[in-house]
Design a protein around this ligand. Structure first.
Ligand code: HEC
Length: 256
């Protein structure tokens, strides 16, 4: 028998065959936890950029535009590296950096200080500067210009490729929802992509001018809300709405 759309009455979230529900729910669960972890990670890295807990416009400015009143070394020591050295030692390093980070100071005192508090990571962890060498430390004492262009291109393309994949599948699953108007469906599916592009664009704009930092927050909130809405609706329809035993018909056909 030829399958025509009209007899694919199971093609909607509440009536999907159980194996498909297992696939969709498994994906949504893993992605949901992943998104929470991503949020947590943002709080722990960017959120601490200004030294205070919680994500603020200042954090975004410091991360992308940089804290141009201070060097990277000093702003990190006031931010995410704050707890890496005892208070007195931290102040000593800051003072030394602000006075120009002299080679004498390094040889006489700070080589040892860095060896004691910093190099267990900064010589072991790939991708962060190796602080066994004076040159690497000195480089971080010039004014903080925020994110580098190479860093931004790297993170931008990873985000665009990776997150688009996430939104693609969340949107595809949500497209089988019933009882959602076609307009709302189209908007909910398209929004995350639009906000994602806005978010990435805002990093570059913030690198040029700190006034754009609020766009990053709008982008992030925008796609979090849109994807949460699709996530919750999809889970609800597959496992709770489905209990009424109703046959809803082909969800895609209704949206034609
Ligand atoms: C537990 C591991 C660890 C220790 C200890 C540590 N760091 Fe870091 N450091 C990191 C990581 C991871 C990053 C990258 C993430 C970030 O920027 O917050 C980083 C980044 C930095 C950066 C920015 C480098 C750049 O080019 O973006 C500076 C400057 C820095 N640390 C200074 C220090 C100083 C000074 C100490 C010692 C007082 C120290 N760190 C101790 C893990 C560590």
């Amino acid at each position: 028998m030829k399958i025509t759309p009209s007899n694919m009455t199971w093609l909607n979230l509440p009536n999907l065959p159980a194996p498909l529900k297992a696939l969709f729910a498994g994906y949504l669960l893993a992605i949901g936890i992943g998104l929470l972890m991503a949020g947590l990670q943002i709080m722990l890295t960017h959120g601490m950029a200004d030294g205070k807990v919680g994500l603020s416009v200042d954090d975004i400015v410091y991360s992308y535009y940089g804290d141009r009143s201070d060097s990277k070394l000093v702003s990190k020591l006031n931010g995410s590296m704050k707890d890496k050295a005892p208070e007195g030692v931290r102040q000593d390093i800051i003072l030394w950096a602000q006075k120009g980070a002299s080679k004498e100071g390094w040889d006489n005192q700070f080589k040892e200080v860095f060896a004691k508090h910093c190099t267990m990571c900064h010589s072991q962890v790939p991708g962060i500067p190796d602080f066994t060498a004076y040159e690497a430390v000195e480089e971080t004492t010039t004014t903080d210009q925020g994110a580098s262009i190479t860093g931004l291109t790297r993170v931008s393309h990873i985000h665009l490729f990776g997150i688009s994949f996430i939104f693609f599948f969340i949107g595809l699953i949500f497209s089988f929802a019933v009882g959602v108007s076609r307009k709302l469906k189209v908007l909910a599916i398209a929004f995350p992509f639009a906000f994602l592009v806005l978010d990435i664009l805002s990093w570059w704009l913030t690198k040029l001018s700190p006034g754009f930092a609020y766009l990053t927050i709008i982008g992030g909130i925008g796609y979090s809300l849109a994807s949460t809405f699709m996530w919750v609706t999809s889970m609800y329809q597959m496992f709770i709405l489905s209990r009424n035993g109703k046959v809803y018909g082909n969800a895609w056909e209704q949206d034609l």
